[in-house]
Design a protein around this ligand. Structure first.
Ligand code: XMP
Length: 497
């Protein structure tokens, strides 16, 4: 059975993720599309409701007025409500003050208490066929509806209201008639069906990093089409200890996935020789990755689809955001430009990270994969300060392994977002077994975070730090000093490069 879908028309502000999230929490499938989506595509999806969200300071997207004639319930919030008023031929004025909002008795605000909120705009005259649903002392139209057209608008920000979810619930369930049948289980069932139907007897390819997103995306597709999916794991030699072997064991031996490991470590090391600049490293690793992948893909003959583990926050952060470049993130996003695929398949593109994890569990993947901490595309390459050499990689791999093992043994792994070791370019004097040493300093990094946009350094107990430190200096040759990074993001970043 097809899921009922709510379409959220979006101009790309982070805010909209919250609304999409709230809709998902109401067990209704929501799909976020740009305002530029053609009317035909919207009709095709036959949504149970449409939500019009905010514009940004720089963008005032428009919609096709015909949207109002589809007899699909529409809720405009903030900018979305202004757009409805605008297209219905009415003017509005700016307000920008906190005001008590008084709700009239109507289904949209059923059970919602009058509340004080900032409203950004106020409509001066009601569009024809509309009625007032809420007002404030100085704004007589703060929310409105056309019962006949099933169009609703609120000029205040539902997200910042304690009862915002109730308003959404009222709209989606009572006004639009949504049933609330979306769940991770139904997502997996429906996605498997639609992947089967789409790929059919054609072939798909996936760049497999072992990270949660690509692992879950690949498993979904593998379950749907089996050997019609080929996965390529590019071993750039910058993976953590035993990582590639574990990936092969779980996915190839365990799940029977058609997974090819390409050992390209020498190539990467060769290209990275003498390179110290972090951006330069990222660029080289990204480019080389694409090159290796492309070469391997060509060996496979005609491939029709490229599967990517893109998730919803990736789309917002890379596609819509105008944040200045802090680091050029490397993932497989650049691949489609170089290989001629019919289409890219992104089965997780509407999901948030925690939903992807739930899908992973639903598919039967092990906790060690589903709860894996984020690991950057350029791998250990950006955790070695200065030039990357085989010797340094071996030192870092061992040290990082010990740190991860001790964090796990202390049961801190669930509280900490990311924890890893960084090999600095600094050598200092030490003493071991009465002998002078002149070895590397290792940085330990552990942060708590909810989305990696900001992060705080983790308050790891001294005893745990002591154990990690003792073990590393005793067990790993080449390190004689260890420091713990106590900076947060910002002003630092999580990775050191
Ligand atoms: P920063 O260091 O910018 O990292 O605070 C934020 C999050 O992103 C991860 N990261 C990357 N992930 N490719 C990735 O796929 C990259 O190039 C990359 N650089 C950083 C980092 O591990 C953290 O989770």
């Amino acid at each position: 059975m097809k899921n009922q879908t709510v379409i959220v028309l979006d101009s790309g502000c982070q805010y909209n993720q919250t609304i999409a999230r709230k809709i998902r929490d109401l067990r209704i499938y929501s799909e976020i599309l740009p305002y530029s989506t053609p009317l035909e595509k919207i009709k095709e999806l036959s949504p149970v409701a449409i939500i019009l969200m905010g514009g940004t300071e720089k963008q005032s997207p428009m919609i096709d007025r015909q949207l109002f004639n589809l007899n699909i319930p529409i809720l405009g919030i903030g900018y979305g409500a202004r757009l409805i008023a605008n297209l219905s031929g009415t003017a509005f004025s700016n307000e920008f003050v906190n005001q008590k909002i008084i709700f009239k008795d109507n289904p949209l605000f059923k059970g919602v208490d009058n509340t004080t909120l900032k409203i950004s705009d106020c409509i001066k005259t009601l569009p024809q066929g509309f009625e007032v649903l809420a007002n404030t002392e100085s704004c007589s139209i703060a929310a409105f509806r056309s019962l006949e057209k099933r169009i609703y608008g609120t000029l205040f920000d539902i997200k910042s209201m304690p009862q915002g979810s109730l308003i959404l619930r009222n709209f989606l369930y009572d006004i639009a008639g949504a049933k609330g049948s979306w769940s991770v289980k139904s997502f997996v069932q429906n996605m498997t069906q639609s992947l089967k139907a789409k790929i059919g007897d054609k072939r798909a390819l996936c760049a497999f990093s072992g990270g949660v997103d690509s692992a879950v995306a690949a498993t979904l597709v593998h379950n749907a089409v089996g050997d019609r999916l080929t996965c390529i794991l590019v071993d750039h030699g910058l993976m953590r200890k035993d990582e590639c072997e574990q990936i092969m064991k779980v996915f190839k031996d365990g799940l029977g996935m058609n997974l090819i490991k390409v050992d390209a470590s020498d190539r990467f090391l060769q290209r990275l020789k003498g390179v110290k600049d972090p951006e330069q490293k990222r660029k080289i690793i990204g480019e080389e990755f694409i090159r290796v992948f492309e070469e391997e893909a060509k060996k496979l003959g005609k491939i029709d689809y490229l599967v990517q583990g893109t998730i919803y926050p990736d789309i917002v952060e890379s596609g819509f955001g105008e944040a200045s470049l802090v680091k050029s993130h490397h993932n497989v996003g650049g691949l489609p430009n170089v290989i001629d695929f019919e289409e890219i398949i992104e089965p997780l593109k509407d999901l948030f990270k925690d939903e992807v994890r739930k899908v992973g569990f639903e598919l039967g993947l092990d906790e060690s994969i589903v709860m894996r901490q984020p690991f950057p595309g350029p791998g250990l390459g950006i955790r070695i300060i200065g030039e990357i050499t085989k010797e340094k990689l071996d030192i870092l791999r061992e040290a990082d392994f010990i740190m991860r093992e001790e964090i796990k043994l202390s049961s801190l792994d669930k509280e900490i977002w990311q924890y890893f070791a960084v090999l600095t370019d600094l050598r200092s004097v030490g003493v071991k077994k009465d002998k002078r040493t002149y070895d590397y300093t290792l940085g330990l990094r552990a942060v708590t975070s909810s989305d990696a946009m900001t992060a705080d350094f983790a308050r790891i107990p001294y005893e745990v730090l002591e154990r990690i430190s003792n073990r590393i200096v005793n067990e790993v040759k080449g390190i004689n000093r260890i420091v713990y990074d106590i900076t947060s993001k910002p002003p630092s970043t999580i990775e050191w490069e």
